[in-house]
Write a protein that binds this ligand. Sequence first.
Ligand SMILES: C[S@@+](CC[C@H](N)C(=O)[O-])C[C@H]1O[C@@H](n2cnc3c(N)ncnc32)[C@H](O)[C@@H]1O
Length: 319
Amino acid sequence: MGAVIWQKVTTTNTTGGASIMGSFPYPRNGILKLDYEFILIFKKQGDAPKPTKEQKERSAMTTEEWNTYFSGHWNFAGAKQEGHLAMFPEELPHRLIKMFAFRGDTVLDPFMGSGTTSLAAKNLERNSVGYEINREFIEIAKQKLNTRQPDFMGTEYEFLHDTVKGDVTAAIEQLPYQFKDPHKLDKKTDPRKLTFGSRIEKESEAEREEFFTVKEILSPEKVRLSNGLTVKLIGIKSEPFTHDKAVGYLTEKIKGKRIFLKYDKLKHDEENVLLCYLYLENKTFVNAHLIKSGLVGIDCSYEYRCRGKFLEMGELVQD
Ligand SMILES: C[S@@+](CC[C@H](N)C(=O)[O-])C[C@H]1O[C@@H](n2cnc3c(N)ncnc32)[C@H](O)[C@@H]1O
């Protein structure tokens, strides 16, 4: 049905120092701030239940609300991330619920996380159902919804644990649509370490789908992520004289930062460590920056996609 551009008003630098790591202040490699998101609106086929007259009247929006909500651009801040990364602010489901659900309707959030959608639904007198794969969020959702405190509406809560029973493969075969991932599953990577979407903060670290946080710089070529996974940067060879400086460089640029990984044909080294190209959230290519810094050598002991590019960079550094 369309899309809304949500411009996340923010006073902090959310992109991890793009101006420093990009080519600032010169062209051509400045990096755009990812300070917006698209909200895509879809409509389910079929007839929706008819609201009663009273329901309709009690769900009316003011003219101001209507004009704000149905404009193509929304401007409000993102949520402060506590305990759960990728939380959205209550204002987001609040608007969508007012736009598309009558009082007393039931709202579904298939990826419930900390329960922001249910909170917005409760505050707008709508029912809600949420699915969440990670049990650890139940406690966070309970706190967010203040379930221990009875409210004047007499809100009731139910938290159900479910385990899959029966023949899952046969059940999937029955589904009208099945998503087939074109990427081959890398069996050597422990899928339990690559989390589904996000995870509760443990010892004040957090992570979310596709993104990880760098916990520790083990050496110029090896870093540990906050999910416990150790990864090795493709093409990087530490040099004895600049070893400590390279570790310092990485500590400053990536420690505690959110990153994502890309892989090459060869997925693991001889010690079964995952080989990767490491990028900051703002797409800064860390392997390349490290080589450009002149603090590391280039590992040519095996074939990888960026080898030629890295060698060129290394030559430029020497010149
Ligand atoms: C982006 S977060 C949602 C955050 C939520 N909007 C909030 O404000 O807290 C996505 C959530 O989906 C969950 N998730 C991922 N795959 C899932 C699945 N197959 N079934 C249920 N939940 C899933 C993740 O654990 C994560 O908590």
